[in-house]
Design a protein around this ligand. Structure first.
Ligand SMILES: *Cc1c(COP(=O)(O)O)cnc(C)c1O
Length: 542
């Protein structure tokens, strides 16, 4: 593709003969230092101004075709300089994100990020600390934040790891569950995998359970861990979208009868569709009785545990063998950041540890292991974060977590979670009061699923208007109407909810993890939904 041999190489060798100049990415002269420094300050000023002025901007805008085209270029062989690259960033990239920083962004479950988190990421990148192992200050910080979360979630002493997201955090939890089971049956999954080797007995297929509302991470994880999609037993839910405990017990019994090997049950604290939380206490009890690993997916819901008033809604989380939660959703930290906690820290290590000679720890010096007195895992090996998951080279994610917890404190983080729940309850109230809006699922936490239902007679037409009866054959057109309504809401930059299906019907879905939203944003959301709904109904009539 690149037929031009790198001009840099040529130039470099030519220069090397004449002068002792050696290249570096750092500035080399006072002028270059000054220029990069002032560019850096400008970048900071610009991005802060961008964030400050967000509320007065549209929640989203379509990227024009010219911009899209301008971003598709041939490989830059010769650099054009940081100034030029930054100018293009400002013009072509910054104005066209998906909107998740905005006060009226409620789509999927995407956090806003924070300014302090951004600045911490900058410092972490500046340090460029390597968090594969060792016992330098950044490593102490990561262990500290994991310990803090262990304490906060009632799992003091748990092992853990900061990872890219909830998907990875959950997958690591399931991997340790799989390993734990293999130990229990004396067939090390790390040695044998899930294969049948000549002369070895055929292992019973492993199965695990989660409600049908479990997030799609579980599909990926079971496939990736070699168990296959069939191993994930989807348990029906009740009217509140919580796992049906009776059905679960029946499924486990049947699977055992059929010669399968149940090894884990997943509870969700805050399902992605409706924010439902399974009966985690009952699940913990059942898991104990059935000798199953109990994993909790608390991607966003786990953070409700930090609030005294909300804790009862996700209680039982503290009884889990492993918990996964995101910090880039309800924790508002910049992407990517999540955490997995494994109650048995030693088991966690055993599930992943390797002993590569080039990673050996020493008793002194840079590669010295953990020396904190009182640390339960005070072996050198345990100080390696690379022995707690898959990544070896890892960045200093822990800094933004540490800075945020130190600067804001758990109280404030919990208050923002409470604020989002209160706003969601408020929104649900507005929907219930409005006779053209239908709430489609209970609102136990911060997710509101609803739709626009036109009256059978136009409002202008008389007083005896009626809402279309639920679940009748008009539903198909209601799906289309609401899908169109959602598009207009987004395209006009008014607000960005996303959508889902609730009992097979299209729902506008508001997931509120937004620390920038105000109550008035929900008032205007409801007004706009009704206005656009009426507009579409009128168009369809004419
Ligand atoms: C978002 C989410 C996940 C996946 O987390 P990522 O950080 O997006 O990888 C898993 N479970 C639930 C309930 C979620 O909401």
């Amino acid at each position: 593709m690149i037929d031009d041999p790198s001009p840099i190489t040529h130039e470099a060798s030519a220069t090397a003969r004449q002068t002792p100049t050696e290249y570096t990415f750092d500035p080399t002269t006072p002028e270059e230092w000054g220029a990069l420094c002032s560019l850096g300050h400008r970048m900071l000023d610009d991005i802060l101004e961008y964030i400050r002025t967000l509320p007065s901007k549209p929640a989203w805008r379509e990227m024009p075709d010219e911009v899209r085209a301008a971003l598709r270029e041939s490989v830059p062989i010769n650099g054009e300089g940081a100034e030029s690259a930054y100018r293009q960033f400002s013009e072509l990239i910054l104005p066209y994100p998906n909107g998740n920083l905005h006060p009226r962004f409620f789509g999927w479950v995407q956090g806003n990020g924070t300014i302090l988190g951004m600045l911490s990421d900058m410092l972490a990148a500046g340090m460029n600390a390597h968090l594969g192992g060792f016992n330098h200050a950044p490593a102490v910080v990561e262990r500290q934040v994991i310990d803090w979360f262990g304490e906060l979630f009632g799992m003091r002493g748990a092992g853990g790891l900061l990872v890219t997201g909830g998907t990875m955090a959950n997958t690591l939890g399931l991997a340790v569950a799989r390993f734990s089971d293999s130990q229990a049956r004396g067939r090390d999954v790390r040695e044998f995998g899930l294969q049948t080797w000549p002369g070895e007995p055929t292992p019973a297929p492993m199965v695990f359970y989660g409600s049908s509302e479990t997030h799609s991470w579980a599909h990926k994880a079971t496939e990736w861990l070699g168990m296959g999609n069939r191993a994930f037993r989807r348990v029906p839910v009740n009217a509140a979208f919580e796992i049906d405990m009776e059905a679960l017990a029946v499924m486990i019994a049947q699977d055992r009868t059929d010669g399968l090997r149940p090894f884990c049950v997943i509870g969700t604290a805050g399902t992605v569709n409706t924010g439902a939380t399974d009966d985690l206490r009952a699940l913990a009890k059942l898991a104990r009785a059935e000798k199953l690993w109990f994993h909790v997916d608390g991607a966003f819901g786990a953070l409700a545990y930090l609030s005294h008033s909300l804790r009862p809604r996700v209680s039982g989380l503290e009884m889990a063998d492993s918990v996964a939660f995101d910090l880039h959703k309800w924790g508002s930290l910049p992407f990517e950041c999540a955490c997995v906690l494994i109650r048995d820290a030693e088991l966690h290590r055993k599930a992943f540890a390797t002993n590569a000679s080039y990673l050996a720890t020493a008793s002194r010096g840079v590669s010295a292991g953990v020396r904190d007195s009182g640390d339960a895992n005070s072996s050198g090996e345990a100080s390696y974060f690379s022995n707690r998951g898959l990544d070896l080279t890892r960045g200093f994610k822990a800094l933004k977590v540490w800075m945020t917890l130190k600067a804001e404190g758990i109280h404030r983080i919990a208050s923002l979670v409470e604020q989002n729940v209160a706003q969601s309850t408020y929104l649900a109230g507005l929907i219930k009061q409005h006779d053209e809006l239908e709430l489609m699922a209970p609102v136990p936490l911060n997710i509101v699923c609803f739709r626009y239902c036109p009256r059978t007679n136009s409002a202008a037409n008389g007083n005896h208007s009626e809402v279309i009866p639920r679940h009748n054959k008009a539903c198909h057109s209601l799906d289309a109407l609401n899908a169109e309504l959602l598009q207009r809401l987004q395209e006009r930059g008014i607000a960005v909810p996303s959508s889902t299906l609730i009992n097979g019907q299209f729902a506008i879905r508001v997931a509120n993890v937004n620390h920038r939203s105000k109550t008035a944003d929900f008032d205007s959301l409801v007004e706009s939904v009704v206005d656009i709904g009426r507009e579409i109904v009128l168009e369809n009539r004419s």
